[in-house]
Ligand binder design. Structure first.
Ligand SMILES: Cc1cc2nc3c(=O)[nH]c(=O)nc-3n(C[C@H](O)[C@H](O)[C@H](O)COP(=O)(O)OP(=O)(O)OC[C@H]3O[C@@H](n4cnc5c(N)ncnc54)[C@H](O)[C@@H]3O)c2cc1C
Length: 385
C-alpha cells in the first residue's frame, strides 16, 4: 500500500542530505529511504574547486561515510542504485529490474555535466568534475602531471584555475567568450578576475574553442579553433551543467529547463517533489547552495504535513578565486536598469541600479568584496511576498 511505503529521496548530494536533516528535526519516525547512483559519501560540492587551496585530497573533502550518515539521520541509504524510471500511478520507482514503492517521492538527483563532442583520441584525458567520485578520479589522473588545460571560463573553470595554480600546476583556460564568467559578472568585474588570475600565471585563450584532443607522447595535444595548439597532461571540462530532466519527462512529469515545481516544490505528479540542481522552482533554475537549503527547509515542513512555500531571499554567489575575492548578486533576468561602476585597479564595485535608483544587483571584487553582506541587504529578495 502506498501509504505504508517510505518517503523515498533520490540523491545524496547537498539537496538530499539537507532535506533529511531538516526532516529529522521535525519527524524522527517516518521511514525514509535514500537512493543514490554514487557511493553516498557526504561532502560539500563547492569544496571540490578548493582542494589545493585547503590542502585536501578527495578523502580529505569527504565529510562523513554513508553508514555514518544513515545512522545519524535514521534513514536507509541504498548506494550504487540507479533509478531508471518512475511509475507515478503505482507510486513506485524503477531501479533496473527492481521496484521500490514510495508514499512521497523527492527528486534530488542534480544536474548532468555538458559533454562536448570533441574530435580526437584523447577523450580519456578529459575530466568533468561534478561529484566527489569525479574528483577522486581527477586527483589520481593528475599525479605526476604538471599542465592542466581547462575548457570553460565560467565560475567553475575560474575557480579550478585559481586552485590549480595554488597547487603549483601550469594552467591554460580556453573559452569561446571574450570575458570570464560572462553570464554572471558585468565587464569590469570580469576583467578584474581575469587580470588577477593572469597575474597568478593562468594563461587565457578566449574567443576560441577546443576542437580536438589527441594523445601525444606526454599527455594530450589540444587543437583550438584559432589554429593554436597546446599540450597538457590533463583536461578539465567545465562547460556547464544541465538539470537532469529526462527520467521525469519520460514519467510524464512536466519539465522545462528543470523539473518544474511550484513554490511548495510539488511536481505535476501527485506526491512527487523536486529540489536542488534538477529543479525549476517557480520558473527559477538556480544551481547554487543557498536556494537548495531554502527548499530543503520548506519541503521538510510540507512532508510532515504543514504545506509550506519556499521563499527565496537575495541569493549572492561567492566566487572562490582567492587571488581576486568576488561576490555577485545578479539582477533578475530582463529587468530594466544599468550597471554603475566604481573601480580602482582590480577592486571593483558595480551596482545594477533601476531607473528609480533602487539597487537590483551587484558585483564586488578585491577590497570591495567585504561589502557583499551589506549590499545583499539592499537588494530586494527574489520572492517579494
Ligand atoms: C566545482 C563546483 C563548485 C561549486 N561552488 C559553489 C559555490 O561556491 N557556491 C554555491 O552556492 N554553489 C556552488 N556549486 C553548486 C552546488 O554545489 C550545487 O548547486 C549543489 O551541490 C547541488 O546539489 P544537489 O544535491 O542538487 O545535486 P548533486 O550534488 O549533483 O546530487 C545528485 C545526487 O543524485 C544522484 N543521482 C543522479 N541521478 C541518479 C539516478 N538516476 N538514480 C539515483 N541517483 C541519482 C547522484 O548520485 C547524487 O547523489 C558548485 C558546483 C561545483 C561543481
Amino acid at each position: 500500500m502506498a501509504n505504508q511505503a517510505p518517503i523515498v529521496i533520490v540523491g545524496t548530494g547537498l539537496s538530499g542530505y539537507s532535506l533529511v536533516r531538516e526532516l529529522r528535526k521535525l519527524d524522527k519516525e517516518t521511514p525514509v529511504v535514500m537512493v543514490t547512483a554514487d557511493d553516498g559519501v557526504s561532502y560539500s560540492k563547492p569544496m571540490l574547486s578548493t582542494g589545493f587551496t585547503k590542502g585536501k585530497d578527495a578523502q580529505g573533502l569527504a565529510q562523513a561515510e554513508t553508514e555514518a550518515m544513515a545512522a545519524q539521520l535514521g534513514v536507509e541509504v541504498r548506494t550504487f542504485s540507479t533509478v531508471t524510471g518512475i511509475d507515478t500511478e503505482a507510486h513506485e520507482l524503477v531501479l533496473g529490474d527492481q521496484r521500490l514503492g514510495y508514499s512521497k517521492l523527492v527528486l534530488a538527483w542534480g544536474a548532468d555535466v555538458i559533454r562536448l563532442g570533441l574530435a580526437g583520441d584523447g577523450q580519456d584525458h578529459v575530466h568533468s568534475i561534478n561529484d566527489l567520485m569525479d574528483y577522486r578520479a581527477f586527483r589520481t589522473a593528475l599525479e605526476g602531471g604538471q599542465r592542466v588545460a581547462i575548457m570553460g571560463a565560467g565560475l567553475i573553470g575560474c575557480e579550478f584555475a585559481n586552485d590549480l595554480r595554488i597547487g603549483g600546476y601550469e594552467v591554460d583556460v580556453i573559452a569561446p567568450d571574450t570575458a570570464v564568467m560572462p553570464s554572471l559578472l558585468p565587464g569590469a568585474a570580469a576583467n578584474a578576475v581575469q587580470h588577477e588570475l593572469a597575474e597568478l600565471g593562468v594563461r587565457f585563450h578566449l574567443g576560441t574553442v577546443v576542437e580536438r584532443v589527441d594523445r601525444c607522447e606526454r599527455g594530450v595535444r589540444l587543437t583550438l579553433g584559432n589554429g593554436e595548439t597546446l599540450d597538457a597532461d590533463l583536461v578539465v571540462s567545465a562547460v556547464g551543467l544541465r538539470p537532469r530532466v529526462e527520467l521525469a519527462r519520460a514519467a510524464g512529469i512536466e519539465v522545462g529547463r528543470g523539473i518544474q515545481v511550484n513554490r511548495a516544490l510539488e511536481t505535476s505528479a501527485p506526491d512527487v517533489f523536486a529540489l536542488g540542481d534538477c529543479a525549476e522552482v517557480d520558473g527559477q533554475v538556480l544551481l547554487y547552495v543557498l536556494p537548495l537549503m531554502a527548499c530543503a527547509r520548506a519541503l521538510a515542513k510540507t512532508l510532515t504535513g504543514e504545506r509550506t512555500d519556499v521563499r527565496y531571499g537575495t541569493m549572492p554567489v561567492m566566487i572562490k578565486t582567492p587571488c581576486c575575492p568576488t561576490a555577485v548578486c545578479p539582477p533578475p533576468a530582463g529587468v530594466e536598469g544599468e550597471w554603475v561602476v566604481e573601480q580602482e585597479g582590480s577592486d571593483v564595485k558595480a551596482l545594477f541600479n533601476s531607473p528609480s535608483g533602487e539597487v537590483l544587483g551587484f558585483a564586488v571584487t578585491g577590497r570591495f568584496a567585504v561589502e557583499k553582506q551589506a549590499l545583499a541587504k539592499e537588494v530586494p529578495p527574489i520572492h517579494q511576498d
